[in-house]
Design a protein around this ligand. Structure first.
Ligand SMILES: *Cc1c(COP(=O)(O)O)cnc(C)c1O
Length: 401
């Protein structure tokens, strides 16, 4: 038996780094103060949540930011504040995470799923065909697993057909397209601060926009009561004149404890993105060129964050892929497979969302997901770990071919 046959990976794919000491001590200070609610401030002093919003808006170079309870919640109020209402149709990626169709459904709207390319992104040609039918005026765009579609092409399709773009940047905090940060293309954009994204507060979401009327609605919607004047990354008070009477409070604020944990992480974000990319490239280099293992070529204009890696095994059928996943798992390599008929863990796909009527048949998405595998690269891994991962993956692949 060769040595590689017994090679096992023993680190956990769900182990994130600890919170920076600075964040821990800021969180302890918040707890000592007893002032955890974002509007529970003394005098004019901004809360941790106010400061996080201001710093995030500065980081992205946008006018307004709002912190909320989760990424999925941010998507819901982004849709609502952008004017989506009951019965409206909303385009979204067919390859996405469950909170995306869930957010559309929560405002009474109907998702219209768009096909997936072999590069794991939304299919702009399919989008164009659907948009030209004039059925939907909104697109909730997920940069799924950090893959950015050609944003120049996408924005021009949407502009031509008068489709308003809402960006879901759950996997692209820190990424950019052609030098422009992800989250600055959409009319409104949302980020997640959940443990497995690029900053970790356990739960949390951030919503950004440059539209003052939209932002006023989002802030009141998030549960500001009549305290919206305290926000530091918000439009002028005049923007709230009407809005405060016409917008429901759908409470979903962020608290000061989470904001305190996040602020130092935001300062480290760029450095962390560099680290993720070294892990990604180490694993990619280990896998690239291997017969039967397909890695998409990422466009030069895409500056992505490699916090996870996807590859496809186009030559294997579902039974073999199932076997491949099991053999990898037996050697400590945890892969996610969106091709499984029964949804598992975080992965589900269109046919699992049976609360929706008329689920479409999307053959390209089905084919892409049937062959694609996904693995997380937490920052508790190092480059050597990535070499081990590549060796095991190649080894298992060879053993079943
Ligand atoms: C995680 C995620 C969300 C929502 O995040 P939560 O903070 O868990 O609600 C939305 N879209 C995508 C693509 C995600 O991966």
């Amino acid at each position: 038996m060769s040595e590689t046959c017994t090679l096992r990976f023993d680190k956990s794919f769900t182990q994130q780094e600890s919170i920076p000491e600075e964040g821990i001590s800021a969180a302890v200070d918040v707890m000592r103060s007893g002032r955890l609610h974002r509007y529970n401030t003394v005098g004019d002093e901004p809360s941790e949540t106010d400061l996080l919003e201001r710093e995030f808006a500065e980081y992205l170079g946008v006018n307004f930011a709002l912190a909320c309870a989760s990424g999925g919640y941010a998507l819901q109020i982004a849709l609502r504040s952008a004017g989506v209402s009951s019965g409206d149709h909303v385009f979204c990626n067919a390859y996405t995470l469950a909170p995306v169709p869930g957010a559309i459904h929560s405002v009474g709207a109907i998702p219209v799923f768009i096909e997936t390319t072999d590069a794991y992104t939304i299919d702009c040609e399919h989008l164009e065909r659907e948009a030209s039918k004039g059925k939907a005026r909104y697109l909730l765009l997920s940069h799924m697993r950090g893959h950015l579609v050609d944003m120049d092409q996408l924005m021009s399709v949407c502009q031509a057909h008068d489709v308003l773009v809402i960006e879901d940047c759950a996997h692209t905090m820190g990424a950019s397209w052609n030098g422009r940060k992800s989250g600055t293309f959409g009319h409104v954009s949302c980020f997640s601060c959940q443990t497995y994204k690029h900053v970790n507060a356990g739960e949390g979401g951030l919503l950004v926009s440059n539209d003052p009327a939209l932002m006023a609605r989002a802030i009141v919607c998030s549960g500001s009561y009549m305290l919206f004047g305290k926000h530091q990354a918000a439009p002028d008070i005049a923007a709230f004149e009407e809005v405060k009477y016409t917008t429901p409070n759908i409470s979903g604020r962020m608290d000061n404890l989470r904001a305190a944990v996040l602020r130092p992480q935001l300062r480290q974000l760029e450095r962390q993105c560099v680290r993720w990319n070294s892990l990604y490239h180490a694993l990619e280099n280990g896998l690239r060129g291997e017969q039967g293992i397909y890695l998409p070529c990422r466009p030069e204009r895409e500056a992505f964050v490699g916090s996870s890696l996807q590859f496809s095994l186009p030559l294997l059928d579902s039974a073999r892929i199932e076997e491949f996943v099991l053999l990898c798992a037996a050697r400590g390599v945890e892969l996610k497979w969106f091709g499984r008929d029964e949804p598992q863990g975080y992965t589900s796909r269109i046919d699992s969302w049976r609360y929706l009527a008329d689920l479409p048949e999307l053959p390209n998405t089905r084919r892409v997901l049937a062959h694609m595998l996904d693995l997380r690269l937490p920052l508790t891994f190092d480059e050597h770990d990535c070499k081990v991962l590549a060796t095991i993956i190649k080894d298992v692949y060879k053993s079943i071919c």
